[in-house]
Design a protein around this ligand. Structure first.
Ligand code: NAP
Length: 274
């Protein structure tokens, strides 16, 4: 069965749109884009379009590639202090002369709709209410939609990034899955994936998870977005692995739309103080 992220995200976006109207909310996200990285431009354009659809305003700050540390600091500080701005989204990666982590942590955690600040990630790891990064939250929302109970499942998360791998491993652990985290230094990846009931692939290597690496009935969440011969593909060889999987997310239209939806829901949560 295909886990249709696009369909579920559309449903949730429509719910959100209705809530924003019913509660007469004025929500504004500031999006900071430094330079003109083509992939970042596409992501930003999609986020603006999706925000508009649900009735969230966006203010784009498209800053010059050569902006100084001090100038970017000033932009973020001003947005932190601007009562008209509910959420701040800093499009990553920043140009090499700017430190991603430093600028993420300049964002007021109460406006951190990406949930990337140390405070919000720390709160997640201490099981306190927080803004959870959009991709892991989107995955959990998708599993919930299809009533997939992960209790007691052997889950393998491939990838240990701060924005996907680590937080999804934490969320699955909190939901009582038994989680193994794999990465580039894992000795024999297949040894883990072959036993897994649930695999989250968040790697960035096209089609690296092949049918011989998984067992019958596995649940596959493919986070990867890779360009291969001008096509978007995931980290999982969808055509072959889908023959063995009980549930699988496609790429595109799987985790991607769920991520954008979770991002939009985060700004609503921030405004509502939840
Ligand atoms: P990242 O920061 O580059 O992390 C990749 C992780 O994969 C690292 O932990 C790395 O291990 C591990 N890895 C790389 N090659 C591996 C291999 N051959 N075997 C085992 N592990 C390997 O990437 P990310 O930001 O987490 O993103 C991962 C993928 O998801 C990318 O394709 C990205 O475009 C996509 N993504 C999609 C969405 C969405 O909305 N669908 C959102 C975010 C990201 P080490 O730690 O040892 O280096």
């Amino acid at each position: 069965m295909i886990l249709d992220g696009k369909m579920v995200a559309d449903l949730r976006n429509e719910e959100l749109r209705k809530k924003i109207i019913a509660e007469n909310l004025k929500l504004t996200t500031a999006i900071i884009l430094v330079g003109s990285n083509p992939a970042s431009l596409v992501y930003v354009k999609n986020k603006i379009k999706a925000s508009k659809k649900v009735g969230i305003n966006t203010k784009l700050f498209n800053l010059d590639e050569t902006i100084s540390d001090a100038e970017l600091t000033k932009v973020i500080t001003n947005l932190n202090n601007d009562n008209e701005i509910d959420g701040i989204l800093l499009q990553l990666p920043l140009p090499k002369h700017l430190d991603d982590d430093k600028f993420i942590n300049l964002i007021n955690p109460l406006k951190d709709i990406d949930g990337f600040t140390t405070i919000n990630q720390g709160r997640l790891f201490q099981k306190q209410p927080t803004i959870v990064s959009a991709t892991p939250q989107g995955i959990i929302n998708l599993l919930n939609h299809y009533k997939i109970d992960v209790t007691g499942l052997d889950a393998v998360v491939i990838g240990r990034s701060q924005i996907v791998g680590m937080p999804i491993a934490k969320l699955l652990t909190d939901l009582n899955a038994t989680v193994t985290i794999c990465h580039t230094k894992t000795k024999d990846l297949s040894k883990y994936t072959k036993k897994a009931d649930l695999i989250v692939a968040a790697v960035g290597v096209p089609k690296m998870i092949t049918a011989n690496m998984v067992k019958e009935g596995v649940i596959i969440i493919d986070v990867g977005i890779n360009r291969l011969n001008d096509k978007l593909v995931g980290d999982v060889d969808f055509d072959e692995v889908s023959k063995k999987a009980k549930y699988i997310t496609p790429v595109p239209k799987g985790v991607g739309p769920m991520t954008i939806n979770a991002l939009l829901e985060n700004i609503y949560k921030i405004k509502r103080g939840v």
